[in-house]
Design a protein around this ligand. Structure first.
Ligand SMILES: Cc1cc2nc3c(=O)[nH]c(=O)nc-3n(C[C@H](O)[C@H](O)[C@H](O)COP(=O)(O)O)c2cc1C
Length: 417
């Protein structure tokens, strides 16, 4: 029986173990996790989501505090946050710090990519995205995975960058239609993506599906995209993602012609993952009925999460002056609007509660939005449990090697002690 290690992913001159650990913002897929995956010969992702708060935590900068100080005058204005613009110079500085420090520390044969979500519109979608992409390349990133959005104009934004043709560029799609649109709109740049991540409905984070996500399946979408690419004589590596839980499962996709697999959920309970330990334990303990796909993300995309997490039904005051990553181009965020709607119906002193949206910036910043993959409820099968009920955290190396070498439905447990 074949295992993942029988295959290799070729990207330009690189020959890699065909395991990609997907980006998990905000700082869930840490630099430490991405670097460990690169050391082991695969592709690890950092994420540039909420980069200012990530660098504040890691490198003792104070971007968020300074931003709040600058825009404090606008905190009570819930209708219009257009004043709270991001300083593009500071965005470049923070991105350079985050990406540059990671790349300086990189060792081994693998690669480190950055996950760049278009839905992080940052009150100025076009210019902030341009700065994020260009600065990641300036800071030496090996590749950029374009995520959470159609990215119809993203290549045009960066086509004059000196690294545009050498950096690896990939796109995440959940349908053939999204891929066709992406290729059509980016054709003028004269460059194809180096890889395509095909993300099915069982993935974690935001989903590229509507409320009827359960009607779709990864195998069918992947086959549809593969057949179309063949018919168009386009040879672009395909990387399926979403619900690939075991090495045997991954090897099955490679056998069917996938170039690599992208996985994430299994790595959320590793020591290198940025989630606090108590959240990792909540992931281990989760049962299937505690995992839901809901519409509380102000991005408008459905999102999978543990429904017991503090982000559901919370009513934290909108923090757009400090964060503001989901402000559209004209100073609006669906959460700020929902909060104002609820507040306006209350008498003085009554506590606001918002159920239909969440303040994603604040909750992701505090690791209170427990977004997760569909198979999070199976994580308990991957570790050992102590008498006190806690599970052993795993090393990223252990999980990576389990994907790389195990066959069938087998999962290698960690050594006790
Ligand atoms: C906790 C968590 C956070 C995620 N955050 C992001 C993200 O910020 N951007 C993104 O493109 N995908 C995100 N994803 C999706 C993963 O990168 C990956 O494609 C997918 O989850 C793979 O499926 P699996 O988790 O079943 O292995 C996230 C997944 C998880 C589990």
């Amino acid at each position: 029986m074949k295992c993942v290690d029988d295959y290799r992913l070729r990207l330009g001159s690189h020959e890699l173990v065909p395991i990609v650990v997907g980006g998990m913002g905000v700082d869930i897929s840490t630099s430490a996790l991405a670097l460990e995956i690169a050391r082991l010969g695969g592709i690890g992702h950092i994420s540039d989501a909420m980069v200012h708060t990530v660098t504040d935590r890691r490198y003792r900068t104070h971007y968020v505090k300074d931003r709040l100080k600058k825009y404090k005058f606008n905190v009570d204005n819930l209708h219009d946050k257009s004043a709270a613009q991001f300083d593009l110079g500071l965005l470049a500085e923070a991105t350079h710090l985050h990406v540059g420090k990671t790349m300086e520390a990189k060792r081994g044969p693998g690669l480190v990519f950055v996950n760049c979500m278009e839905k992080l519109t940052m009150n100025n979608p076009r210019e902030t995205l341009r700065v994020r992409l260009c600065t990641a390349m300036d800071a030496g990133i090996d590749g950029i995975t374009l995520a959470a959005g159609l990215h119809l104009g993203s290549f045009a934004l960066i086509q004059d960058h000196p690294r545009f043709r050498d950096v690896k560029l990939g796109i995440i799609v959940s349908s053939l239609r999204a891929l066709q649109l992406f290729l059509k709109k980016n054709a003028r740049s004269g460059r194809l993506p180096d890889y395509i991540v095909v993300e099915g409905p069982l993935a974690g984070g935001h989903l590229g599906f509507a409320a009827d996500w359960a009607k779709y399946d990864l195998v069918t979408i992947l086959a549809e995209i593969r057949d179309w690419l063949r018919a168009e004589h386009l040879d672009i590596p395909l990387i399926p993602a979403g619900g690939i839980f075991t090495g045997g499962n991954a090897a099955g996709f490679l056998e069917q012609g996938a170039a690599a697999v992208q996985v994430a959920t299994r790595f959320t309970v590793t020591r290198e993952c940025g989630l606090p330990d108590e959240v990792k334990q909540a992931y281990f303990r989760a049962t299937e009925d505690q995992i839901e796909v809901n519409n509380i993300s102000p991005t408008g995309y459905p999102m999978r999460m543990l429904k017991s997490c503090p982000a559901v039904g919370s009513a934290v005051r909108p923090n757009c002056e400090a964060f503001g990553y989901l402000l559209d181009g004209s100073g609006h965020c669906q959460y700020a609007e929902a909060w104002e709607r609820e507040r306006s119906g209350l008498a003085e002193g009554q506590k606001v509660k918002v159920w239909d949206k969440t303040c994603l910036c604040t909750h992701m910043r505090n690791f209170d939005c427990w977004t997760c993959g569909h198979y999070t409820w199976r994580l308990k099968e991957t570790s050992l449990q102590d008498a006190d009920g806690n599970y052993h955290l795993l090393s990223a190396e252990h999980v990576f090697h389990d994907y790389q070498y195990s066959t069938g439905g087998k999962i290698e447990l960690p050594v006790a002690g």
